[in-house]
Ligand binder design. Structure first.
Ligand code: PLP
Length: 229
């Protein structure tokens, strides 16, 4: 097996163990492979190792990769911050958006989603630690944006996403806050089923706290070159 196939297997094992530890079924957690900064050939290897969902943050790079891999049935997730002038490409080329944080972007994505495609799956990004200068909305405003997304015809509200600060010390409480928000949204009748949280370093904590989708980059593809982080 190649290095990527080995790494995919190791990740799958971590997820299986974490689910067992959490008393959750394995099929309640999806693995999204974050392929940003890595070449199409690496995605091809990960696909051969059984993965079908891939996350990208940079639009031009993603577009080139999608074109190079159009022979494969892949599900593309846009996980980066989204600017107004980039929405059309995302609406046309992706199945999911994970980092929605502005109303105007929601309107545009809905308008620009081709009617030939199913609605774009959307998670609202939350800043669970309320750190200034970080991406994501405070909880209340996130819930408001979720209500708007649920009302737009070109979008399908799926849930919430967060990137907590690197320290593992607070990860439990941060992730638990996102889970509470999902419960609140559900209680008011919003059709949410997704908690997009957990990355290479903290997927176990995220799964313990209810993650339904983990976004794994370096643990599959190796260290990314700086400065793309
Ligand atoms: C890059 C990135 C990841 C993957 O991070 P790793 O630590 O390499 O697993 C996950 N989510 C988002 C939003 C990212 O930008």
């Amino acid at each position: 097996m190649g290095a990527i196939a080995d790494a995919v297997q190791a990740c799958q094992n971590r997820i299986v163990l974490a689910c067992a530890e959490a008393g959750r079924p394995r099929d309640g957690v999806r693995l999204l492979a974050v392929s940003k900064t890595f070449p199409a050939a690496a995605v091809r290897e990960a696909h051969a190792a059984g993965l079908t969902a891939f996350g990208e943050s940079y639009l031009q790079e993603a577009r080139d990769k999608q074109d190079a891999l159009s022979d494969l049935a892949l599900e593309w997730h846009f996980i980066g911050p989204l600017q107004g002038n980039k929405t059309r490409l995302v609406a046309e080329r992706f199945a999911w958006v994970h980092a929605l944080e502005r109303e105007k972007i929601a309107w545009r994505l809905s308008e620009q989603r081709p009617v030939s495609l199913p609605p774009l799956n959307v998670c609202v990004q939350i800043n669970v630690s309320a750190e200034p200068g970080k991406h994501g909305l405070p909880l209340e405003r996130g819930l408001e944006l979720a209500r708007l997304v649920a009302s737009l015809p070109g979008l399908s509200l799926r849930g919430f996403m967060t990137i907590p600060e690197a320290s593992l010390q607070f990860a439990h409480t941060r992730f638990a806050r996102l889970r509470d928000l999902l419960e609140r949204a559900r209680a008011e009748g919003l059709p949410v089923d997704t908690l997009s949280m957990g990355m290479s370093a903290d997927l176990e904590v995220a799964i313990l706290e209810g993650a339904t989708l983990v976004r794994i980059g370096s643990a599959i593809f190796g260290a990314r070159p700086l400065p793309n982080n």
